[in-house]
Design a protein around this ligand. Structure first.
Ligand code: MLT
Length: 412
């Protein structure tokens, strides 16, 4: 009989969001009258339609696909030059960062790339992750056998957990020990905290000292409102030698269902071979993409390119302001309800301490059954997320205002 991948058996029962979906389904089936009132602030999925520049670019590109003379088949696996160049120029070079067009790899999502990147890294690295953390970083490492089993708190043997608490502003500090690969996410999912320049400088210095690699997830960079907060790890000198950056069009251009993202792998980034030589990772990632990926659809890449036009930028700004406006409404509502609230300023998430000693899942169940609002229990993001819940600001303004009201109606 064929063997399965035993590592999958170490995973906790379900990926967090399907588990939430299962509980919500059970609740609405048992209480059909509540289903119509339900407001979803769980998964961070955008709600507003695609920006008009994107819709127009999609139509134009579809028309090209309808003509023999402009039809496209397979595209370059790393992305079309027009999009790689628009990204490198607008997101990096125009901001003073030295990133070449061919250091940009266009993909169908940062979640996919965060998992896929493990293909080009060795399997004996010491891996550090924040706690709480976006579960994909952990689960993808479990799936490829980089960990032992989980303990009762859900912590996997072999991973180094970096606690994120109110005391450190939910930004992890470099550990005393040497680790090889570190996942950083700023602005952070789930806590909404954004790392300052000195904090990122400390991480780059640590990585250069230990020969480590920072896997920097900047999917929410467009939500940064505070001046001086870095939008990219490459704003920090030395990061080209120690960091890979993941970015996405999901949360700025509303592409969660359209699918387009990119990963930056600088040519100067090196890692060690089994025999101790230092080698660049860029050719390995390029090789991985050409072998396992056939590129993002042409029409989608044209749509992403449109986000960099003058109107595109203004329309993205409008979307971000809408969601951050919701975040402000939710923060104010939760505070008025007497709750302790973090985040929501540089990120579309608010991170709330559960009141009255409730666990995260108890708070989830109460908010679902009494307020008919779906949130995400903090413990789903790691043991240090216990005692918190996350509210997503991706919604209509009317829904955000209604959630703010309902939170105030709860008696804990
Ligand atoms: C979340 O809710 O944490 C996000 O939607 C996850 C993601 O972007 O994959």
């Amino acid at each position: 009989m064929a063997l399965l991948n035993d590592n999958y058996l170490k995973l906790k029962a379900g990926y967090l969001f399907p588990e939430i979906g299962r509980r919500v389904k059970a609740f609405t089936e048992a209480h059909p009258e509540a289903a119509a009132r339900l407001i979803r602030c769980g998964i961070g999925d955008v709600t507003e339609p695609l920006p008009p520049v994107v819709v127009a670019a999609l139509h134009r590109a579809v028309d090209e696909m309808a003509q023999r003379s402009t039809f496209r088949g397979y595209g370059p696996e790393q992305g079309y030059d027009f999009l790689r160049s628009a990204i490198a120029q607008n997101d990096y070079r125009s901001q003073g960062m030295d990133i070449a067009d061919d250091e940009i790899f266009v993909s169908d999502g940062s979640k996919c790339d965060c998992g896929a990147i493990l293909d080009i890294l060795g399997d004996r690295n010491r891996i550090a992750i924040s706690d709480p953390v976006y579960p994909v970083y952990v689960d993808t490492n479990v799936m490829v056998g980089h960990t032992g089993s989980a303990d009762v708190s859900g912590a996997y043997e072999g991973l180094v957990y970096l606690p994120c608490t109110p005391q450190n502003g939910f930004i992890p500090e470099p550990p005393k020990e040497a680790v090889d690969v570190i996942y950083l996410c700023s602005p952070n999912n789930p806590t909404g905290a954004a790392a300052t320049r000195p904090q990122l400088e400390a991480w780059v210095a640590y990585a250069l000292r230990h020969g480590s690699i920072l896997l920097f997830d900047a999917a929410y960079e467009a939500y940064i409102t505070q001046a001086g907060v870095p939008h990219s790890i490459y704003e920090i000198p030395g990061a080209r030698e120690c960091a890979i950056e993941f970015r996405s069009f999901s949360k700025n251009g509303g592409f969660t269902g359209t699918r387009c993202a990119f990963t930056v792998v600088p040519k100067s980034l090196k890692a060690r071979t089994g025999t101790g030589e230092s080698m660049a990772l860029h050719p390995l990632w390029s090789r991985r993409m050409t072998t396992k990926f056939n590129g993002v659809p042409y029409i989608v890449q044209r749509a992403a390119e449109a986000l960099y036009s003058t109107e595109g930028r203004a329309q993205v700004r409008g979307l971000i302001e809408h969601y951050l406006g919701n975040a402000a409404v939710l923060v104010a509502g939760a505070k008025a309800a007497g709750l302790t609230v973090f985040g929501g300023v540089n990120a579309p998430y608010i991170w709330v301490a559960t009141p009255a000693g409730n666990t995260s899942w108890q708070a989830f169940d109460r908010i679902l059954s009494e307020a008919h609002v779906v949130i995400t229990p903090g413990s789903g993001f790691g043991s240090k997320g216990e005692g918190y819940f996350r509210v997503s600001a991706f919604n209509s303004r009317a829904n955000a205002e209604e959630v703010a009201r309902r939170l105030q109606g709860l008696r804990w």
